[in-house]
Design a protein around this ligand. Structure first.
Ligand code: ZN
Length: 279
């Protein structure tokens, strides 16, 4: 009954496989009760990450193809398709317009569009989105008819875009680098509180002396968000836990996606893999 209350944390976007010691990063997430989505940057690394987290209660692997890898790994897009039967979680996908190469941007849109089309064949996908300098296109491409749930990770667009995304049902995941910057804070203040989630984006992000954030460091974001919202840390944590329950659509004591009993977890994932039914 440990999780009956909102005493957990959520890291909706962490690159577990990029830590020097991924196993200890997973263990620290477990110890701190942080439900963690381990995003992957290309289909060929999914299996390794899925194996790493296979016995974890708190960490789940997501399948993705990072927009910044589309130039080198875009040809792997077809390999993403079958992975969507193995996990409910998708990411990192999206667009990154730091490149000024229009043909590469077009290729990114093609890859992202395919991934979204496939996700839409299911009804329960949870997708974590990269949108650097491309927020308007990312929001439009997901659009209004998406059958899953979309999370804008480390959103850096405008307040108007926050409003537009929120009206379309998007969520936002906030990391400590964002919550500690003035620009980030003004964006967070524009988000509806029922759409705010946390993330570490570790180990790619650091703040202050902490050069590589871990899942448990989402507490720093919770602290900053509580200051912005002018409510207590506990109230903020509780709100984010509620938002997590809503996005995974699970209000039970023990989340189905995160079973305590590893064997039942294996059974569930094997069933997903073999029954051939999109969901
Ligand atoms: Zn990332």
């Amino acid at each position: 009954m440990a999780e009956a209350n909102n005493n957990f944390f959520v890291d909706m976007h962490c690159h577990i496989d990029l830590f020097k010691d991924p196993v200890s990063a997973i263990r620290s997430a477990e110890r701190a009760h942080v439900y963690t989505i381990a995003v992957t940057n290309a289909p060929f690394v999914f299996e390794n990450t899925a194996e790493l987290v296979a016995t974890s209660r708190y960490v789940r692997a997501a399948a993705g193809l990072h927009p910044e890898l589309v130039g080198s790994h875009g040809h792997q897009i077809d390999k993403l398709r079958p992975l969507l039967d193995q996990t409910r979680y998708v990411g990192e996908i999206g667009l990154d317009y730091t490149t000024l190469d229009e043909s590469l941007r077009e290729k990114q849109r093609h890859v992202f569009g395919r991934a979204l089309e496939w996700c839409a064949e299911y009804s329960d996908k949870i997708v974590t989105l990269h949108s650097r300098r491309a927020s308007a296109d990312v929001i439009s491409m997901v659009g209004s008819g998406f059958t899953g749930k979309a999370i804008l990770h480390w959103f850096s667009g405008t307040k108007k875009e926050v409003e537009r995304a929120a009206n379309l049902g998007f969520y936002f995941s906030v990391n400590p680098a964002m919550s500690q910057s003035k620009k980030g804070q003004s964006i967070i203040a524009a988000m509806p509180i029922e759409r705010v989630l946390t993330e570490s984006d570790g180990p790619l992000v650091g703040v202050g002396q902490n050069s590589q954030l871990h899942p448990a460091d989402v507490k720093l974001a919770v602290q900053d968000i509580s200051t912005l919202w002018r409510v207590s840390f506990d109230e903020t944590q509780s709100r984010i836990c509620e938002n997590f329950r809503t996005i995974i659509d699970d209000r039970s004591t023990h989340f189905q996606d995160f079973p305590e009993d590893k064997d039942s977890q294996k059974t569930r994932f094997n069933l997903r893999k073999f029954d051939g039914q999109p969901r």
